[in-house]
Ligand binder design. Structure first.
Ligand code: SAH
Length: 362
């Protein structure tokens, strides 16, 4: 079966000249959720992915080293006011051991993620951990941080200590929706300004959004896509919203099939709009559907983040209901790549082609 004429025409245009599509066009693509339209969208995005970043899956070992958090995002299971969260913090030796594990597994790249802290002791702790990680792994690992909103000095300190990339999701490009999801002291403009600070500090910058939030429309999501394009980001990490029982949004509607569908459609549209970015097939897809990450890769994602948090703490980094705690083995990753006729980029830091082009590294 062919896609509807409207979708077919938009996909031809999106593949040839994505910047000529506007908000209403992206919203129309997102809203066209019939099975043949979706198949055509995913296939168009996958073709762009193969052309721009090749048949290679980039793996980043993910170490979630602390769930202490000063922020109070209404959707998030590790928010400050969730008294039910069992808090933990890995010590420096545990972080270095986890990084060694990532290196030994052949992943050329490490992501350090945690809840947000801004106190000087934390800034220094992270800087020292970065230096120790590079010393222990021969300086060959690409290191990404995902530690929230910080001062210019903190971003610079960590960059100088050896972090290359930073992920900071804007969560939504819509100020009104952002306000509804966060307490008054968390401000959209402040978060957006951090993306500029990160670029200025020399990081490869990644951002992304939550998909399928209460009150979020196709127009909001289309605006999110244009935000990613206008910010010219190197990396995109975004995934479906899934409620967590210990949060104010515990009872928010969440139909798993719908969340998955929208998550995949957003990945596909992002690939069409930013053809040479690194785009993650995130864990939240897998929480909704066991094959979720594979579907994400086939919709245009090229990055996966195998969890290398020590097994006994993994469950405590509990962002949303049903977050998977299984570890990917190398063999599982090879099998995943095999099923879609791709390979894994072992031992490569795997910078986004978009970054290399902007930085004149090609
Ligand atoms: N402190 C860091 C990391 C936050 S956790 C920071 O502020 O960037 C990483 C991401 O998990 C968040 O950016 C958010 O998009 C996602 N997340 C949080 N709660 C979620 C939920 N209920 N469903 C899906 N994703 C969620």
């Amino acid at each position: 079966m062919d896609p509807s004429p409207g979708t077919a025409a938009l996909l031809v245009q999106a593949q040839a000249a994505p910047d000529t599509l506007g908000l209403a066009d992206w919203a129309a693509l997102l809203a066209a959720d019939g099975p043949t339209d979706r198949t055509a969208l995913h296939a168009a995005a996958y073709a762009v992915k193969r052309r721009e970043v090749g048949p290679v899956i980039r793996a980043r070992g993910l170490v979630e080293f602390s769930n202490h958090c000063v922020q109070n995002c209404r959707y998030c299971g590790i928010r400050r006011d969730n008294r039910g969260a069992v808090r933990y913090q890995l010590d420096a030796a545990e972080i270095v051991a986890a990084a060694r594990g990532v290196h030994a597994a052949g992943y050329g790249s490490l992501v350090l993620q945690a809840g947000e802290r801004r106190d000087p002791a934390f800034i220094e702790f992270v800087a020292e951990a970065l230096v120790a990680i590079h010393a222990a792994t021969g300086g060959s690992l690409g290191v990404t941080l995902s530690l929230g909103e910080q001062s210019p000095a903190a971003y610079r300190r960590w960059r100088e200590a050896g972090a290359h990339r930073y992920l900071l999701r804007i969560e939504t490009s819509d100020r009104g929706l952002f306000r509804a999801l966060h307490p008054a002291d968390q401000d959209w403009d402040g978060r957006a300004a951090c993306l500029d600070l990160l670029r200025d500090a020399g990081y490869q910058v990644g951002t992304g959004v939550l998909i399928g939030l209460p009150g979020q429309t196709a127009a909001h999501l289309a605006a999110d896509l244009l935000f990613l394009r206008d910010r010219d980001v190197d990396m995109i990490g975004m995934g479906p919203f899934i409620p967590h029982d210990g949060t104010p949004l515990a009872d928010a509607p969440c139909a798993p099939a719908r969340q998955l569908d929208l998550g995949l459609a957003m990945i596909a549209c992002a690939r069409l709009l930013l053809p040479d970015a690194n785009i993650a097939a995130t864990t939240a897809l897998e929480a909704l559907e066991p094959a979720g990450r594979r579907l994400g890769l086939l919709a245009g994602a090229n990055v996966v983040m195998p969890n290398h948090t020590p097994a006994d703490r993994r469950g405590a980094y509990d962002l949303y209901r049903g977050k998977p705690t299984a570890a990917d083995t190398r063999a599982a990753l090879v099998a995943l790549a095999d099923t879609i006729g791709e390979t894994v980029g072992w031992h490569e830091a795997g910078d986004a082609p978009r970054w290399r082009r902007r930085a004149g590294r090609n």
